[in-house]
Design a protein around this ligand. Structure first.
Ligand code: SF4
Length: 418
């Protein structure tokens, strides 16, 4: 959206920071590793003020929202810090900084956005903020309560993206399954997905971050029956021990999690299940960890993200006395990762010989291979299917292939078929 404003104001958007006169860094302040990465990026970009064309460095996003005063003191290289609550004055502040005489009244506008994920796939944000109160998470504090966009506004943006050639929509929010509760009084994700699937030129639709307690039969049925909605559920569960789930203030328990996973697998046999879990939450005992390990072993998720608990300022979990030693967290993380590697390997092996429709995302550096994805993979997070480049395709094309072998870790190789 921010890029869209610059484009509307007739600035040229460049991809290489060394060519930019203004560099904008969008930061994340969710967990320690993201904060470190954001600060590292700010410092790296600051180098372009010395060696490149850069005259102004602007930082915005969650990290700024959380630590603006501290950042202003410690990072004098940055010319402007914009917290989330200042986004409605974004252009006024930027144009004041760069001495434009006439300050435009432009504000953030979903319909004005530039898609930074390429020309074929776009993320579609359906709500801001979060009203859940997971005790380890600072997001509700940073982003404020959950506010759904209206369905009209989302559909208008989706149509606009489709008209610009986007083929794959990835629907996101902090919790997509809560969509509509605040403005329509009931969950509306299933209805929204159904409406999106009527946009003719959109071929694939995905939704991420579906919370187990809010997945309805209606939602499962819409996914099952749609030709466009990928059979892919991303359901962050965080843990399986009821004791820890309660301390995390999660709404589901082990029984409801198991039951929803069983229903989805039963209804949609070729479904890909992704989850995210956290090890080392305060007071996580060996027994809690063993329960989690056993659950991961039995559930056999196709995709798994594992995080080590990170103590976040201002969250209730940070105040719990019994924090877990970092070596224990690391060791628990290693154990789960090793377990999941075996599961992933077996799951990938089962795909050999199967045929899939894939989207062409790009080409290998030597141009020998097309880099493609099937419904089983989300961009950047999941695997790639490598197919020999016969020179007859372009980015965004959909082609068919047969899987021939595992290439490495999460990636596969395939032959193109008609
Ligand atoms: S659902 Fe929980 S973990 Fe996710 S953003 Fe909201 S509070 Fe954070």
């Amino acid at each position: 959206m921010c890029i869209g404003i610059f484009q509307k104001e007739k600035f040229e958007i460049v991809n290489n920071p060394k060519d930019a006169e203004i560099i904008i860094i969008n930061t994340c302040g969710f967990i320690t590793s993201a904060k470190e990465e954001a600060i590292q990026t700010i410092l790296e970009m600051a180098q372009y003020k010395k060696t490149g064309k850069c005259q102004y460095l602007i930082a915005m996003g969650c990290l700024v929202q959380r630590y603006k005063k501290d950042l202003e003191k410690s990072l004098p290289e940055v010319d402007l810090f914009l917290s989330i609550e200042e986004y409605d004055q974004l252009w006024e502040k930027i144009s004041t900084l760069i001495n434009k005489k006439e300050v435009s009244k432009n504000t953030l506008d979903y319909l004005n956005r530039v898609v930074s994920t390429g020309n074929t796939t776009a993320y579609l944000k359906i709500a801001e903020g979060c009203s859940n109160r997971c005790t380890y998470c600072a997001i509700p504090h940073i982003r404020g309560p959950y506010i759904s966009r209206t369905m009209e506004s989302i559909l208008e943006e989706a149509n606009q993206l489709a008209n610009r050639g986007i083929k794959e929509l990835i629907v996101i929010a902090q919790d997509t399954t809560k969509y509509g509760m605040d403005i329509y009084g009931k969950p509306m994700l299933a209805t929204l997905l159904d409406k999106l699937s009527h946009i003719e030129s959109i071929r694939w639709i995905r939704f991420l971050y579906a919370y187990p307690e809010s997945i309805t039969d209606e939602l499962i049925a819409v996914v099952k029956n749609s030709k466009k909605i990928c059979h892919y559920f991303d359901i962050p569960i965080q843990h399986i021990s009821n004791r820890i789930l309660k301390k995390m203030n999660r709404q589901s328990d082990s029984q409801s999690i198991n039951s929803i996973l069983t229903s989805i697998r039963k209804e949609i046999p070729d479904v890909i299940l992704r989850t995210t879990i956290m090890v080392g939450f305060p007071e996580e005992s060996e027994e809690d960890f063993l329960a989690l390990y056993t659950f991961i072993h039995n559930a056999k998720f196709e995709k798994l993200g594992v995080f080590q608990y990170s103590k976040e300022d201002g969250t209730p979990a940070a105040k719990i006395k019994e924090q877990i030693h970092y070596k224990t967290k690391q060791s628990r993380w290693n154990k789960i990762m090793q377990l999941q590697q075996k599961i992933t390997y077996t799951k990938l092996q089962e795909k050999i010989g199967n045929t899939y429709e894939v989207i062409v995302d790009g080409f290998s550096e030597d141009n020998q291979y097309m880099l493609t994805r099937s419904y089983m993979d989300i961009p950047d997070e999941d695997g790639i299917i490598f197919i020999k480049n016969n020179g007859n395709v372009k980015i965004g094309d959909f082609i068919n292939c047969r899987i021939t072998k595992i290439r490495q870790q999460y990636d596969l190789e395939a032959d193109r078929i008609e």
